[in-house]
Design a protein. Structure first.
Length: 362
């Protein structure tokens, strides 16, 4: 990275004199990323080659935003296996420790991790790439050392180291960050409770059968999953049983839905039938009941028939046609009240005889 001498002509990038001291050089440290459209660079590709002296800062100075000519270089390291929200939150805290900070993240290699900690799920390349795509990271250092040395801190111009304050015992030491704390370069961050790489691995181991069956169903082979022949057959049989259970469950749900619809429609039909039946019974009683219209109509017709068969008697003062005072036989059209016709036929016969008598008189 080019350096520029104090007082040099603009744009030349060359000191006026080779005898100029290092104190006169300005800082050319990389600045924090201003865009998130690209992954963070690797340190070996854009390492800090600033020739200006790197003055040691105190935490109080860094929190005031000094020095103004360069960002505060903060370092955080780890394995970062199965990169999760706990890792991201720790890096966010490291990035926001100071107003103007440049976050370098060191990631240990597979060989070093397997030696001091154990086997990882993700390879070192996958872990490097996961860190590069974290928004808080400005630079990634590959194959980071397990214990930080003065030479490493000087090489990368590191001002402070960020990590949780819990003593990290490893590599024969009770706390690998002890000398960093004694030098006043350690800044603590807070762990996120409830999530860690170990917790995630524990969940996978606990539900191993479920994940093995799922991946066999997705097309992975037993060899890829390191599953024995017997377990493979067992898992595949369990998958078939689960499919049958799912089908039965779907049929039961559809049957319940069908029964519910039938019950709903039956209820509607019964309700409509009850309404129609009440209406029909009301109409029937209104027509044929004790005080119904049919009885009234029947009584009216019966009265008319009786009036037709039994007319009123002529008055006694009606004039006679010069007949003798002797008692004359009753006219044929007068019906004897004491002996009413026994039947409609008799009544019709009397009417016919009356009409014949009238004709004789004429």
């Amino acid at each position: 990275m080019p350096v520029r001498a104090a007082g040099a002509e603009s744009g030349t990038g060359i000191p006026k004199s080779p005898s100029e001291t290092m104190e006169e050089l300005e800082h050319t440290c990389p600045q924090p990323r201003l865009t998130l459209t690209a992954p963070a660079p690797f340190a070996d590709e854009t390492s800090c080659q600033c020739q200006a002296p790197h003055e040691k800062l105190t935490i109080a100075q860094a929190r005031l935003g000094t020095p103004v000519d360069r960002p505060v270089r903060v370092y955080a390291d780890g394995i970062f296996d199965l990169f999760h929200a706990g890792h991201a939150r720790a890096l966010m805290q490291a990035k926001t420790l100071f107003p103007n900070s440049y976050l370098l993240v060191g990631v240990c290699s597979d060989d070093l991790t397997h030696k001091f900690k154990g086997f990882t799920v993700m390879s070192e390349t996958e872990r490097y790439e996961a860190l590069r795509h974290c928004r808080y990271v400005d630079e990634v250092i590959r194959d980071a050392p397990w214990t930080l040395t003065p030479e490493f801190l000087e090489k990368h111009k590191i001002d402070f180291v960020a990590h949780d304050d819990i003593p990290y015992s490893s590599a024969g030491s009770d706390d690998v960050y002890k000398h960093i704390k004694e030098a006043g370069m350690f800044v603590p961050t807070q762990r996120t409770e409830g999530i860690s790489t170990s917790d995630i691995i524990t969940r996978i181991v606990r539900d191993y059968d479920v994940y093995a069956r799922r991946n066999l169903q997705r097309g992975y082979t037993a060899k890829e999953l390191n599953v024995s022949f017997i377990n493979e057959k067992k898992y595949r049989f369990q998958n078939q049983v689960d499919k049958m259970k799912e089908k039965v469950k779907n049929v039961e749900e559809k049957s319940k839905e069908f029964v519910y619809k039938v019950e709903e429609k039956s209820h509607d039909l019964i309700q409509k039938w009850e309404e129609k039946s009440r209406e029909f019974i009301g109409n029937f009683l209104e027509l044929f009941g004790p005080d119904g219209a049919w009885k009234q109509m029947f009584q009216e017709r019966s009265g008319r028939m009786l009036q037709a068969f039994s007319p009123r008697q002529s008055p006694n003062s009606s004039p006679t046609r010069g007949r003798s005072p002797s008692r004359s036989p009753s006219p044929p059209w007068v019906i004897n009240k004491t002996s009413p016709p026994s039947s409609p036929k008799a009544a019709s016969a009397s009417l016919s005889s009356m009409s014949e008598g009238d004709e004789d008189e004429k």
